[in-house]
Design a protein. Sequence first.
Length: 261
Amino acid sequence: MNIPGKFSELQARGEGALIAYVCAGDPTPDATEGIVKALIRGGADIVELGLPFSDPVADGPTIQAASERALSAGMNTDRYFELVGSLDVKVPLVCMTYYNLIFKRGLENFVVDCTDAGISGIIVPDLPVEESKELAECCARNKVDLIFLIAPTTTEGRINMILEHGSGFMYLVSRVGVTGARSDIAESTSGLLSRVKTDIPKAVGFGISTGKQAQEVVVNGADAVIAGSVFVDIIASGYDVNARLEELAIELKDGILSAKR
């Protein structure tokens, strides 16, 4: 199933989506399948699989460390596509990575590899929408969504440009800064949700770590909640990882569902 199809299915049931991020290959490539399936059992509707990069500028210390662990365990672009292609899952998969890796492989080659591996969308935090035309054309030819980030500091003109070129869902950044679990949701989130006027689903990420926060975000108008660092923290702990990932996914999804009741 692709991303628009998943959102249509959820909207027909009156549900918001849980989008879970983990770094592929963290702590080892062999562990990733079990991690992904634990998240899906817990209620993840879409899974973002990070393709690790040595200089992840949008990521805070937690995901930077995950990238380092994955790279040290032998993860690279070839192995990433082999790993993702081997996953037997029924939810859309999204690749989150940085433009250098896409450029090095060749834009068309990278997008075709995504299609062959069953990846439905790509997020490239360091690719400005103004420079995205060539990659967007490759994505359109191969029916892969190109997903852009919108921050509280994004101007109205750039929001409109992103809405014109983006697809799948809009990744709304809940706060200025990098990824990382927080104890509160920034006040700017509700304002940003109201500023982004589109029929494309709006997903809020950066800092969400509890069911209560997930509920709050959906009450404020989000169609989906993105959680990443809080899952990566569990993976880093090495303690009862898959069971704890499933338990947290259940909590976050319950928060999302409670917002729609």
